[in-house]
Write a protein of this length. Structure first.
Length: 411
């Protein structure tokens, strides 16, 4: 049975009953005093002895050049960190000091942590960039070339942003017949990274696009942060078609830029990379045609010169020809007599066959007013109206001549 108590702070007096505290009671008094007297505060120190057990809590020592204190950041608070704490990293921690009663350990219970001297987002960016780079996600040899004049283009961005309007304007001005498939997503805020990654995966799996533009307009580092998330980087890396990253302005760089097959400084520039100007293509074709013509003329002139040189080396062949003329006449006469009848028979068969071919020839059908349609540029024969759509180009072959047409109406 415990003895009667008096003020535990007073010394024992001879002849008096001893008054005492248990260790648990002492620790509870210390813990209560700390909770009442100390509010939350910020403390600067260097991380050491950092460890993460299976519970997910972060345990470490916070120290300076003279002292140290044990610290813990529970898993729930740790999930909000945008960077990975490491030994030797100088950090600012906000929390409370309290006593862990079962062991009597004084600990700093950390609620918030950020790197000292540089923002947490910057540290997270550099850490993720280093890790993904070591995995090979940025390797130049895995970058794919953009398709030339793709028939369909995917765009993963916000419907409300100026980026989509700029992309559609450029594509419409240059090649309005190109199909554009838009996958609307959030581009900032909570859940944006997951939406962007899901949009990339869905467009890639659909098989509807040959190239993909992923991006948004400009903003702060926090606004663009969704494109620095690992889930977006891995979605771009796994896309089955080439991806152009078009995030922010020319000075903005994100993890998505490093993973993508091409990086565009702006969304407008991304659209310009996908399709060139029609006028520029036509000018290039004219230049190439002129170059081919010059090369052909040069080749013909060279061959003509070689032919003339050979003719001069042969000299006058007329004398040799006259000597062999008699022999040739004799052989010709004999040969003619032997094959004349055979040739007559062949002519008869040929004439009969030509008549049949002429009857079966599609050109004979064309002479009766019909025509043949081919879908351009694939040169596919059009057999029914279901295989074409409005805006398609057709080459019509008549009995005499051809014509290029565009479909304006179907029946």
């Amino acid at each position: 049975m415990r003895e009667a108590r008096r003020d535990p702070g007073l010394p024992f007096m001879p002849g008096e009953p001893r008054h005492f505290l248990t260790v648990s009671e002492l620790n509870e008094i210390i813990r209560g005093t700390l909770e009442r007297e100390l509010n939350a505060f910020w403390v600067l120190g260097e991380i050491s002895n950092f460890r993460v057990p299976p519970s997910g809590h972060l345990y470490f020592t916070l120290k300076d050049d003279k002292s140290q204190i044990a610290a813990v950041m529970f898993r729930r608070q740790g999930l909000s960190l945008t960077f990975q704490p490491e030994n030797g990293m100088e950090v600012l921690c906000c929390g409370r000091v309290n006593l862990y009663s079962p062991r009597g350990d004084l600990q700093l219970y950390v609620e918030t942590m950020e790197p000292r001297g540089q923002g947490a987002l910057y540290v997270a960016f550099e850490q993720l960039k280093k890790r993904l780079g070591e995995e090979g996600l940025f390797a130049p040899e895995r970058k794919r070339a953009l398709p030339f004049l793709p028939a369909s283009i995917g765009v993963v961005t916000s419907l409300q942003g100026a980026a989509l309007r700029d992309i559609l304007r450029i594509l419409g001005d240059r090649f309005p017949e190109r199909r554009v498939v838009v996958r609307p997503v959030k581009v900032q805020g909570e859940g944006a990274a997951e939406e962007i990654a899901q949009g990339i995966r869905e467009l890639g799996a659909s098989g509807l696009v040959e190239v993909m533009i992923v991006g948004r307009g400009g903003g702060s580092l926090e606004d663009l942060w969704a494109f620095n998330e690992e889930v977006v980087a891995r979605a771009i890396y796994g896309a089955p078609v080439p991806v152009i990253s078009a995030v922010g302005h020319e000075i903005d760089f994100t993890i998505a830029d490093f993973v993508a097959d091409q990086r565009a400084p702006t969304p407008t520039a991304a659209a310009e990379m996908v399709v060139p100007r029609r006028e520029e293509l036509e000018a290039r074709v004219e230049i190439l045609a002129s170059r081919v013509e010059r090369l052909a003329r040069t080749r013909v002139a060279a061959e003509r010169g070689a032919w003339d040189q050979l003719a001069r080396r042969l000299g006058d062949p007329r004398r040799r020809l006259r000597e062999n003329q008699v022999r040739l006449d004799d052989l010709s006469l004999s040969l003619w007599r032997r094959f004349r009848d055979h040739l007559d028979r062949l002519k008869s068969r040929l004439k009969h066959g030509a008549g049949r071919l002429d009857t079966l020839s599609p050109l004979a059908v064309l002479d009766r007013g019909y025509s043949i349609a081919h879908k351009m540029p694939e040169e596919l024969l059009v057999k029914d109206s279901g295989s074409i759509k409005i805006g398609d180009r057709l080459r019509i072959t008549f009995a005499r001549g051809k014509s290029l047409c565009r479909v304006e109406e179907k029946e």
